[in-house]
Design a protein around this ligand. Structure first.
Ligand SMILES: Cc1ncc(C[n+]2csc(CCOP(=O)(O)OP(=O)(O)O)c2C)c(N)n1
Length: 670
């Protein structure tokens, strides 16, 4: 049953069609001006978007970061002109008409696909299909978690998504809708652009899923409407707002609506319509205005819609200001993304204890022990694992699970959904107030990679806890043993890859990851136990330098520098003993993070790398990326093939990653 729906939030004598046509005109004209882009989707979804923005969406263009705004995610990111037009029309200051005219040009806010940070109102970067809807699941979850942790009146907003056929065809959508249905994220509302067209032509060429049944099977409420009937769309959104399940609204639309000969065809998907077609569309839509010209009355109606949010924002501001002082300070701190004041002290005290205790833990266990210290003092962490909780060691004593309908916990059982987890973590971080971390095996970063890449591109503090980080995992064999993964991850710009060597380095790695407010981190952690190598307490976080001298040479000027990360530090340390015994003064340099080391000044880098010494790097992964540090005479001891199944000590021997091999490689080059 359709419910009575909200009325538009403006009193101008302007019709729904005129408001929607303003979007259509801006989309076709901007794409034409850029001579590139996707007019079809914005023209097709203009009616749905007009209903959503003019009647439902809670937003204030004057305060785009208002924490309790509704989130709007354009998952079908190729239709970027839809959101750019909406942001301009509703009065976001940084989305000017000039920006629309510069669509897709270098330096414009109006990038080919919407990019987080380019303009207010762009909640996440989209374009890789399926990422938006999966990210939105994290946003909707974060909304519930923040409401549970603070005051449900302070946090009470919806997450709306516009998704296309492509988003729903992508595998990640399955993980996302399954997770949202299970967790009963009933404030997540997806508007599906059911236009039956993708790039190759009609979707019937490639897909025959019954999407409504598919979503229903995952625990969603579903409804199908005519996407060009504003009252039907409004009624569906009003009903979805009241549902106790996440909602899918299938909006049957005509791609390129208004284009006289191309509407309803894939010709409108991703190319400018052309001058003749645009002329015809103007006639068909009754839009006689020049390109980029929006008549005053229509612009005013849209601006009124935008202005209507200010009162709601102000009411929320009063609620915020009336919070007890301590709670308000905590809320503000978390929204700003600042760590608690005593965080650094806590880590330092813990490091001091470790330097005394010298535990021989696997770094995955060291990570858990660090989290046992961190989680009680950093209440914004929201942990989880993709069904490997006991292996990733991500759950600490005080963390209760997030459950359907009860979001007060701080631990998410993501299930076997690595990609969905990574995208959801992006959404949690983007939402604000929470720091997500989640685990799986390092080898399965491949399953998360598109979302990890977006964490890095969007500069989000997402922490990937990736255990079982080499052949050191042993018997599970080559399918589970990462070989090329460290190199692959190090190649992603703005991603920190941290591979700590013992409990102290792991605590420092966590401190670094949490302190980086504009960067995601991957912690690469071992399954196997490791000796303690940082046995003297330093106040300074040495991992933050990326590389540092762990052991100096003895008995004269250093002739050899051994560089290693993580579990191979222990091998380098033993190799140093062998070399020292043979009278070769040898240093060991720990290199937990290439990215951080590369950020040090040149003099520090040079000094640390040991000028004039023979350099040998040892890492149980591929050589790629190491040569920068090795010089022409340098050597590398590591992997050049897939691993194998067997006890890990034997595997290290089998693949020649041993102290003897490292010492021999050094001597050969002396
Ligand atoms: C992961 C991913 N694969 C492929 C593409 C390229 N691509 C962009 S849009 C699109 C078709 C999407 O079809 P649909 O969602 O129906 O959009 P519409 O044609 O309705 O605009 C494809 C394949 C992409 N952006 N992301």
């Amino acid at each position: 049953m359709l419910q009575p729906a909200a009325a538009p939030r403006h009193s101008a004598p302007v019709s729904h069609a005129e408001m929607a046509n303003a979007i259509r005109a801006l989309a076709m004209d901007a794409v034409q001006a850029a001579n590139s882009g996707h007019p079809g989707m914005p023209m097709g979804m203009a009616d749905v978007a007009t209903v959503l923005f003019s009647r439902f969406l809670k937003f204030d263009p004057q305060t785009p970061t208002w924490p309790d705004r509704d989130r709007f995610v354009l998952s079908a990111g190729h239709g970027s002109m839809l959101i750019y037009a909406l942001l301009y029309l509703t009065g976001y200051k940084d989305m000017t008409l000039d920006e629309l005219k510069r669509f897709r040009q270098i330096g414009a806010r109006t990038a080919g696909h919407p990019e987080f940070g380019h303009a207010g109102g762009i909640e996440t970067t989209t374009g890789p299909l399926g990422q938006g809807i999966a990210t939105a699941v994290g946003m909707a979850l974060a909304e519930r978690a923040m409401a549970a942790q603070f005051d449900p009146k302070l946090v009470d907003h919806y997450t709306y998504v516009i998704a296309g056929d492509g988003c729903l065809m992508e595998g990640i959508s399955h993980e996302a809708i399954s997770m949202a249905g299970h967790l009963k994220l009933n404030k997540l509302i997806v508007l599906w652009d059911d236009n039956q067209i993708s790039i190759d032509g009609p979707t019937s060429l490639s897909v025959s899923d019954d999407q409504l049944k598919r979503f229903q099977a995952s625990g969603w409420a579903t409804i199908a409407v005519d996407g060009h009937d504003p009252e039907a769309v409004a009624a569906a959104i009003a009903a979805a707002q009241k549902s106790d399940k996440p909602s899918l609204i299938a909006c049957r639309t005509v791609i390129g609506f208004g284009a006289p000969t191309k509407a309803g065809t894939s010709a409108t998907h991703g190319s400018p319509l052309g001058a003749d077609e645009i002329k015809g569309a103007r006639e068909k839509l009754g839009w006689p205005h020049a390109p980029f010209e929006i008549p005053d009355a229509i612009l005013k109606a849209w601006r009124d819609v935008g202005a209507a949010g200010a009162a709601k924002q102000a009411t929320w501001g009063k609620l915020h200001d009336a919070l007890p002082a301590a709670q308000r300070a905590e809320w503000d701190r978390r929204i700003k993304g600042e760590l608690p004041a005593d965080f650094a002290k806590t880590i330092s005290a813990y490091k001091q204890k470790l330097a005394t205790d010298k535990p021989k833990w696997a770094t995955r266990k060291s990570s858990q022990m660090a989290l046992e210290v961190i989680n009680p003092v950093v209440p914004e962490t929201l942990g989880g694992s993709a069904d490997l909780t006991g292996s990733n060691n991500t759950k600490t004593a005080g963390l209760n699970p997030v459950k359907p309908g009860d979001y007060s916990g701080r631990y998410i059982y993501y299930g076997v959904r690595e990609h969905g987890m990574a995208a959801a973590m992006n959404g949690i971080a983007l939402h604000g107030g929470l720091i997500p971390y989640g685990g799986t095996f390092l080898v399965f970063t491949d399953y998360c990679r598109p979302s990890i890449r977006l964490s890095a591109l969007m500069e989000q503090r997402v922490i990937y806890v990736m255990t079982h980080d080499s052949i050191g995992l042993g018997e599970d064999g080559p399918t589970h043993q990462p070989v090329e993964h460290l190199a692959a991850l190090r190649s992603i710009p703005n991603l920190l890859v941290l591979r700590p060597a013992d409990a102290v380095e792991t605590a420092e790695a966590w401190q670094v990851a949490l302190t980086q407010s504009h960067r995601p981190s991957v912690l690469a952690l071992t399954r196997q136990d490791l000796p303690a190598v940082r046995v003297t307490h330093t106040e300074e976080n040495l991992v933050a330098k990326g590389g540092y001298e762990l052991l100096a040479a003895e008995g004269g000027a250093a002739k050899v520098t051994l560089l290693a990360t993580g579990s191979e530090i222990a091998i380098a340390v033993t190799a140093r003993d062998l070399l020292q015994k043979d009278g070769v003064p040898t240093r060991v340099v720990s290199m937990p993070s290439f990215e951080l080391f590369n950020g040090q000044d040149e003099a520090y880098q040079e000094k640390t790398l040991g000028p004039g010494t023979v350099r040998i790097a040892v890492e149980a992964g591929v050589r790629q990326g190491w040569d920068r540090y090795l010089g022409i005479k340098g050597g590398f001891v590591g992997m050049s093939s897939f691993g194998a199944s067997g006890p890990y000590e034997q595997l290290y021997k089998h693949f020649g990653i041993t102290p003897e091999a490292v010492a021999a490689a050094a001597k050969q080059r002396l």
